[in-house]
Design a protein around this ligand. Structure first.
Ligand code: FAD
Ligand code: SF4
Length: 512
């Protein structure tokens, strides 16, 4: 065998030929290493579809590399010599191949990156150029700021990348943000496009069998797996969204509807996060769709904001604040995650739908994650680490850099408001306005203190009352506390008692 010059380890969420560590790869003298390891597949009970996606996409990527003439060492999960961890495999292959250099692109998980830095090997690290903002650039932007705001970061990113910017540097349409035009509820008679589906090929079916056998205790269905596992299919999913979803995404970005798990959302986050799509291309396609008159500005701006605003922003916060960020717990929550998060068995129709579709498809869209399952965890005072682990496990697109700030910061406000200026707490009225869930619910959204009252209503006020000492001084919560202060004492008392009763039921291990 030819002597190995470089050994390039490619992780399961780095499946892009443009990866920085693959730059200048020499098919004659370099080796690409891909490893399926138990530690990464099981450090939280990942949804079986997520494990399938990653292993299958890795196998397809290895195949594509080999077809291009590259030397690839692929370690399947059940190979007898597999050490079970990424650092273990890197050490093993280092001693088998004796490469002159080891190359690796920075990871998407602080824990894994640290374990590789600690593994005693002289790794040459590369920045992850799949993102628009480097870790250092974000740190420079954040320097000296007591609190960060996504909106200001987003404007910088728009300017820097020249997206939806007029010749004089002003934003197209005269405003940076058309968020207010992204919040329509779904009117009757409007239906979502039929979701694009990708039938598993033989390679994926092999992985499905492996996952079934090796991860039988992980929650979530495997039968409905229909995600793209190659760049070609991911591109087809994206093209489908451009043709059939994007135009309505602008108006109905925040809407929720029973039996419509995807609505006008792209479902591309998993493919994007593992490297099958390129964020620059996505933004450019969306901008072109706007300039060609195919979509309105609120759709184009709204989508680009998610990609170059929120997505890059949460990554920046993660790398700036880890590892301390993970232990944030502003409200001192200790309540364990209710068991129904793993089964969907609850009479709350909104939770039943949001959790149910997450188990079925490893997917829920942003508002379901933020304002239904997340909102409930916030109001019920769930321990941040437990709800974070749930999100990390259950969603196909969940990697620590993106899941943690969204959950711990945006949803749980556990970082003390570093990422977002106020908690996204809401009563059942918000869910009623943005969905049709309440219509078929065992609880009554119009009631707050009766036995049949919507749990979100009393838990919302219970949360507001119990954290008054922390939140009352937050300007953006001013109106909420004004409303509380105007509320007659007996009403406050009744809300508190109903909230206490619901929390006691959770503590007793009951479902609601
Ligand atoms: P669309 O609604 O079509 O949006 C387009 C794209 O914008 C997404 O594909 C995604 O790449 C990006 N995007 C939108 N919002 C965000 C955001 N807040 N952070 C990062 N990217 C964003 N997204 C993940 O990719 N992985 C996660 O682990 C994850 N965890 C989340 C946890 C919570 C509690 C919340 C509230 C949000 C989380 N998000 C996460 C963000 C968002 O919910 C998903 O990106 C989105 O639902 C993916 O579906 P889609 O591709 O259909 O997105
Ligand atoms: Fe959810 Fe409350 Fe509406 Fe039921 S009534 S669906 S629990 S918001």
């Amino acid at each position: 065998m030819t002597e190995t010059r470089r050994l390039c380890l490619v992780l399961g969420d780095q499946l892009s030929l443009d990866l920085a560590s693959l730059d200048g790869l020499d098919p004659e003298r370099d080796v690409v290493l891909l490893v399926e390891v138990m530690e990464e597949a099981s450090h939280v009970p990942h949804h079986p579809q997520k494990i399938t996606l990653i292993f299958s996409a890795m196998r397809h990527f290895a195949h594509a590399l080999r077809q291009r003439g590259f030397r690839v060492q692929y370690v399947p999960l059940d190979e007898p010599q597999n050490t079970g961890s990424v650092p273990g495999e890197l050490r093993r292959w280092q001693s088998l191949l004796h490469p002159q250099e080891l190359h690796l692109t920075e990871c998407g998980d602080w824990r894994l990156e640290q374990s590789l830095k600690d593994c005693g090997l002289p790794i040459q690290w590369h920045g992850d150029t799949r993102f628009l903002c480097t870790r250092d650039q974000f740190a420079a932007w954040a320097e000296g700021k007591k609190q960060l705001r996504m909106e200001f970061f987003y404007r910088e990113m728009r300017r820097k990348n020249g997206l939806l910017i007029n010749g004089d540097g002003s934003p197209v349409g005269g405003a940076w943000n058309f968020d207010a035009e992204n919040r329509k509820a779904l009117p009757k008679g409007i239906t979502a496009p039929y979701p694009a589906r990708f039938s598993p090929d033989a390679m994926t079916l092999e992985v499905v069998a492996l996952v079934k056998e090796r991860f039988p205790s992980h929650y979530g269905s495997l039968e409905t797996f229909d995600y793209p596992v190659t760049q070609t299919d991911a591109q087809a999913l994206w093209d489908y969204f451009l043709d059939y979803g994007l135009a309505a995404f602008g108006d109905y970005q925040d809407a929720m509807a029973s039996n419509e798990p995807f609505l006008f959302h792209a479902r591309i986050s998993a493919a994007l996060n593992i490297g099958l799509l390129d964020v620059r291309q996505l933004c450019s396609d969306v901008e072109s769709a706007y300039w060609s008159g195919r979509i309105a500005l609120n759709a184009a701006e709204g989508f680009i904001r998610q990609l170059i605003g929120w997505r890059e922003y949460v990554r920046g916060v993660y790398w700036l604040k880890m590892p301390d960020y993970a232990s944030g717990n502003l409200f001192g929550n200790t309540r364990p995650l209710p068991a129904f998060y793993w089964t969907g068995e609850t009479k709350m129709n909104c939770m039943n739908h949001a959790i149910g579709q997450s188990l079925e498809h490893a997917y829920a869209h942003h508002i379901q994650r933020l304002m239904v399952t997340g909102n409930f965890a916030l109001l019920a005072g769930i321990a941040p680490s437990q709800i974070c682990d749930w999100y990390l496990a259950i969603y196909m697109d969940a990697f620590d850099w993106v899941e943690l700030p969204n959950t711990l910061g945006m949803v749980m406000h556990a970082d003390g408001g570093y990422l977002g200026s106020k908690p996204y707490c809401a009563s059942g009225q918000y869910i009623k306005r943005m969905s049709d869930y309440c219509r078929d619910c065992a609880y009554k959204v119009s009631e707050s203190t009766t036995d049949t009252a919507c749990p979100f209503n009393s838990l919302y006020w219970h949360f507001v009352m119990r954290h008054s000492n922390v939140l009352r001084s937050n300007q953006r919560m001013g109106m909420v506390y004004k409303n509380l202060d105007r509320m007659p004492e007996p009403k406050q008392q009744a809300l508190w008692e109903r909230g206490e009763a619901l929390l006691a039921r959770l503590d007793a291990g009951e479902s609601l």
